[in-house]
Write a protein that binds this ligand. Sequence first.
Ligand SMILES: Cc1cc2nc3c(=O)[nH]c(=O)nc-3n(C[C@H](O)[C@H](O)[C@H](O)COP(=O)(O)OP(=O)(O)OC[C@H]3O[C@@H](n4cnc5c(N)ncnc54)[C@H](O)[C@@H]3O)c2cc1C
Length: 130
Amino acid sequence: MHNIYQPLPAIVEEIIEETPTIKTLVLRPKQDFSFQTGQFIELGLAGIGEAPFTPSSDPNIKDHIEVSIMNVGRLTQQLHSLRKNSSVGIRGPYGQGYPLDEFKDREILIVGGGVGLAPLRSLVLSLFAL
Ligand SMILES: Cc1cc2nc3c(=O)[nH]c(=O)nc-3n(C[C@H](O)[C@H](O)[C@H](O)COP(=O)(O)OP(=O)(O)OC[C@H]3O[C@@H](n4cnc5c(N)ncnc54)[C@H](O)[C@@H]3O)c2cc1C
């Protein structure tokens, strides 16, 4: 079990341009890293800073994490200018995941908007796997 307060290095494996203001970074952590859907990570750049983001990928996929980032300010602008194979740091995961057990065999309505839909993708993928 890694220390959730210590940044783990990760490599930007792929960059997906979702919209003119939103990019998904596919990150490959250099060590095992897992999260539950609904938890967030701190994603940071050395010398610049870090901010919370909620992975948009399927938590059952263990070798990479996808984070969909809207360019709104100082850090996110730098994250948008990263190239393939750039290094980032990730800490966490933090917060409570969704209570997936309670969702089993229920009808579920998922409501979200804007870049807030990105973390809900992770929930939808988790529900498919239930
Ligand atoms: C739990 C959690 C999960 C999150 N998950 C995601 C996610 O999956 N994807 C995502 O895109 N975002 C997510 N966010 C939001 C993300 O953390 C922020 O967008 C990010 O911290 C912005 O950092 P920044 O340095 O780029 O912006 P900053 O430079 O800090 O700017 C932030 C906002 O403040 C405004 N601002 C900055 N300076 C001023 C000023 N002087 N006067 C007026 N306004 C100003 C900017 O225009 C911008 O809208 C999440 C946040 C939380 C708390």
